[in-house]
Design a protein around this ligand. Structure first.
Ligand code: SF4
Length: 124
């Protein structure tokens, strides 16, 4: 690789990384999902993740990763005030480990601690 093409590659890479950071911050997730605090627990034995195509999950706009929320259907999730709305902070969530828990509403498996659905309500 020539010196100028390496410089071009590095410059484009820097633009790409910077753009991704701005996009992520714009969606309000940067304070919650970072490399340091990404949940690492394994799926509890004998259980499986709720399928996002489960009828209840689908009706509530549930995603195992809140970043995949359909913001056209759920614009409130994009608001800065909703940036900490994750399953792990929901009143319906019972923690099984750092990454997974049970939901009282979508009960066909386990939900990710960083999931979200439109039934979210603040855990007291
Ligand atoms: S009700 Fe709460 S715990 Fe259950 S899927 Fe929705 S946000 Fe997650």
């Amino acid at each position: 690789m020539s010196k100028s093409s390496r410089k071009t590659f590095l410059t484009k890479s820097l633009y790409l990384v910077t753009s991704l950071i701005f996009i992520e911050r714009g969606l309000g997730f940067s304070s919650e999902v970072t490399a340091e605090n990404k949940p690492s627990g394994t799926i509890p034995e004998g259980l499986s993740p709720v399928s996002e195509s489960d009828p209840t999950a689908k009706a509530l706009g549930f995603h195992q990763d809140a970043k995949h929320t359909d913001f056209t259907l759920n614009p409130e999730r994009k608001e800065p005030s909703a940036k900490n709305q994750f399953c792990k902070h929901c009143a319906q969530y019972t923690k099984l480990n750092d990454a997974w828990g049970k939901c009282n509403i979508i009960s066909a498996g386990v939900v990710s601690s960083l999931g979200w659905c439109s039934a979210w309500s603040q855990k007291m």
